[in-house]
Design a protein. Structure first.
Length: 278
């Protein structure tokens, strides 16, 4: 069936995600990641609106069982026609009670190499060159892939939120250390005042204490203050996207609801019928 190939679908998904290629800029999603999401959505679409394919098999003399193990991409067999070429069409009751084997529920034994037509529900195909989807199914595929990709991206953002929480803990630790240093410097300066204008034959303790105080303040300023400022910048970068995340979350939720709604619209109903056994 003529239609959009994988690259075209992926490009449309990127357009909705505002993740199109820009020179000297990274995209949020790799091609392989989007391909996986598209294929996952393709399976969901196939389950409700499958590719209908007629498979032609033959009977084995004296057996009501048909080997269906070689049918590719099979989701379900909807109807079985046997014997073929009759008007009206002779559909038959059947069962699939074990993998790869279909049993005709008829009251007689088939002959050898008689044609049996199986009307199968199969998964759709989407390749680099072609697709089995119709335009309506293609549109739902894009909607679903966009919704899934957007929610995946939000999952990644939770990592940034966790990083922001860790940065807050680091800031608190750095500030605590800085406070301890400043407290020590204040103590040293207080002690130094008691020696000012006093004669002391054992050196200059006031100078030593002031030097120690200066050192403590220097560590507090150059070390822990700088460290906390670094954590603050990291925190601001992580939390600056909070409003964007909230808006994106609402959009992703609406996109998912749109996909689920339109997925229901393309559902192909399956009606169980009972036929004569003779």
């Amino acid at each position: 069936m003529a239609g959009k190939n994988l690259a075209t679908i992926r490009s449309e998904v990127r357009q909705f995600l505002l993740d199109e290629f820009v020179v000297d800029s990274d995209t949020d999603f790799q091609d392989d990641e989007l391909n996986m999401i598209i294929r996952d959505t393709l399976v969901e679409i196939s389950e409700v609106s499958p590719r209908m394919v007629k498979e032609e098999l033959t009977t084995t003399s004296g057996s009501r069982e048909i080997d269906i193990s070689d049918i590719e991409d099979l989701l379900e067999i909807e109807e079985v026609e046997y014997r073929t070429g009759y008007t009206p069409v002779q559909f038959r009751n059947f069962s699939v009670r074990e993998a790869g084997v279909l049993t005709l529920e008829i009251d007689f034994l088939p002959g050898d190499s008689e044609d049996v037509y199986l009307y199968c529900r199969k998964t759709h195909q989407l390749t680099r060159n072609s697709t089995t989807l119709n335009p309506q199914q293609e549109r739902v595929l894009v909607e679903g892939a966009v919704a899934k990709a957007a929610n995946n991206w939000l999952g990644k953002i939770r990592g940034h939120i966790d990083a922001a929480a860790a940065a807050i803990a680091n800031i608190n630790s750095a500030v605590d250390n800085m406070t301890l240093r400043i407290t020590q410097a204040t103590t040293d300066l207080t002690n130094a005042r008691t020696y000012i204008d006093k004669l002391n034959t054992r050196g200059k303790p006031q100078s030593d204490l002031m030097t120690a105080a200066y050192r403590e303040l220097q560590v507090a300023s150059d070390g822990y203050l700088t460290q906390s400022q670094g954590y603050l910048r990291e925190l601001q970068a992580d939390l600056s996207i909070t409003n964007t995340i909230r808006t994106y979350q609402n959009w992703a939720t609406n996109q998912l609801a749109l996909y689920k709604r339109d997925l229901g619209k393309i559902r192909r109903r399956r009606y169980q019928k009972l036929y004569a056994r003779n």
